[in-house]
Design a protein around this ligand. Structure first.
Ligand SMILES: Cc1cc2nc3c(=O)[nH]c(=O)nc-3n(C[C@H](O)[C@H](O)[C@H](O)COP(=O)(O)OP(=O)(O)OC[C@H]3O[C@@H](n4cnc5c(N)ncnc54)[C@H](O)[C@@H]3O)c2cc1C
Length: 386
């Protein structure tokens, strides 16, 4: 079952599981001030050594290179306990990874250690009002200026907008080249011309909003990679992080299944526990089967990432698509088993029902995963005789 992992991974799973058991408070489930709770979680996950798994060891991290298996194990366990804790870890990894991937020695030395400690918070700013699935429509521009660039444009749906200190921003340095003209920049939140325009409330606790660049000056030394390398940096980051979204889905689904098993044992109708009805048993069996398949796909994709396997983009897309769609079905079935109690505000199933939804949208919608999968299928050679 866990053939993709070694003892260090198993140890990490034990540690993060214990952390979830001992550290979560009501604020981690959406009560109280969202941003205060989000920052506290990011700081604590940093202090307790988990954010360090998103950074290479030379710059305050744990492993020589960042491993998707570590990220997946952490997200799976955090999502089991709290959607907000998962978001804070997942987005920190999303914002740190491009710097670990493409940053110069100087950039990595400056930005990664405080991110590894959770002292600073990261964000990844790709999406725009008119450029969601279609990255080639990005219109934020980075025009050359003396010793740097002037950024102009708007990004929306940016997780951690308003609480992040370090934004990795994708903007066009060559608009006529569309997606191939994108470049990546590290923008600090206190840069002149950078503003947070809106905080966007979502159905699940998740700090997110709109950021704008008005003649925002970014020095040349804060460009990440070469001019025109932005798309490559964004796609390689998403290839690695995509399976971790699947891992969060597995965490939510495992929690939904655990709750369904527990509730169906306790709740009695017609003189029997729900678990004694074959109709309930079949539901539980289907949920467990889908969950197992989702988990295997996610772990396989994470392992492939760590082996630098050439099929990673395909396997990562398959894992995200299946795990996030399956988790939605599993949570829905668990809620059904909970009957009316499942839709009462504050019930764990009501929470999971909201928490699981966005996973099918961010870091590439389910439809975009299908396009990636089919592109690979159509590229393959036909077997002999067909
Ligand atoms: C919770 C959350 C967190 C996010 N965090 C970040 C972040 O930190 N940084 C960031 O940059 N972005 C972030 N995003 C943005 C996210 O990546 C986009 O929402 C996503 O890529 C989809 O873009 P869109 O919302 O503009 O939808 P659209 O691209 O407008 O798509 C709308 C619908 O059309 C479908 N569609 C689009 N094109 C096709 C096609 N060719 N064929 C078939 N169907 C198609 C889509 O699948 C979708 O169902 C976040 C979004 C959410 C919801």
């Amino acid at each position: 079952m866990d053939c993709w992992f070694d003892n260090e991974h198993r140890n990490l799973r034990r540690q993060i599981r214990a952390w979830v058991k001992n550290n979560l408070s009501p604020g981690d489930h959406g009560q109280g001030n969202l941003e205060t709770n989000a920052c506290r979680l990011a700081n604590q996950l940093g202090q307790d050594g988990f954010m360090a798994y998103a950074v290479p060891s030379r710059f305050g991290g744990v492993r020589e290179t960042v491993q998707a298996r570590d990220l997946c194990l952490i997200r799976e366990e955090l999502a089991w306990g709290s959607a907000l804790a998962d978001v804070m870890f997942g987005v920190q990894a999303l914002g740190s990874y491009p710097i670990a991937l493409a940053g110069s020695e100087e950039q990595q030395r400056r930005y990664l250690p405080p991110l590894a400690k959770g002292e600073r918070i990261a964000a990844f700013a790709l999406t725009e009002p008119n450029a969601g699935s279609d990255v080639s429509a990005i219109s934020t521009q980075a025009e050359r200026d003396t010793n740097g660039y002037r950024l102009n444009g708007v990004k929306h749906f940016i997780s951690n907008a308003g609480i992040a200190h370090t934004y990795v921003v994708f903007a066009s340095t060559q608009p006529e080249a569309k997606a191939k003209g994108l470049s990546a920049f590290i923008v600090e939140s206190n840069s002149a011309g950078f503003t947070v325009k809106e905080k966007t409330p979502l159905l699940s606790p998740h700090p997110i909003g709109v950021v704008a660049f008005d003649d925002c000056f970014v020095p040349q030394h804060q460009r990440l990679g070469g001019e025109g390398e932005g798309l490559k940096i964004a796609l390689r980051t998403l290839d690695t992080l995509r399976c971790t979204v699947g891992a969060a889905a597995v965490g939510f689904a495992q929690r939904a299944l655990d709750e369904a098993v527990g509730y169906s044992r306790k709740r009695r109708q017609f003189g029997h526990a729900l678990a004694e009805f074959q109709g309930t048993q079949f539901k539980l069996a289907d949920m467990a089967t889908e969950l197992e398949a989702a988990r295997l796909l996610v772990h396989q994709a994470a392992w492939m990432n760590d082996q630098r396997h050439q099929e990673l983009p395909l396997k990562s897309a398959i894992a995200k698509l299946f795990a996030t769609e399956a988790a939605q079905r599993i949570v829905d079935q668990s809620l059904q088993i909970h009957g009316g109690n499942g839709v009462v505000v504050g019930n764990i199933l009501e929470r999971l029902y909201r928490d699981v939804r966005a996973l099918r949208i961010y870091e590439g919608t389910s439809e975009i995963q299908r396009l990636i999968i089919t592109k690979h299928l159509l590229k393959q050679e036909q077997p002999d005789g067909l």
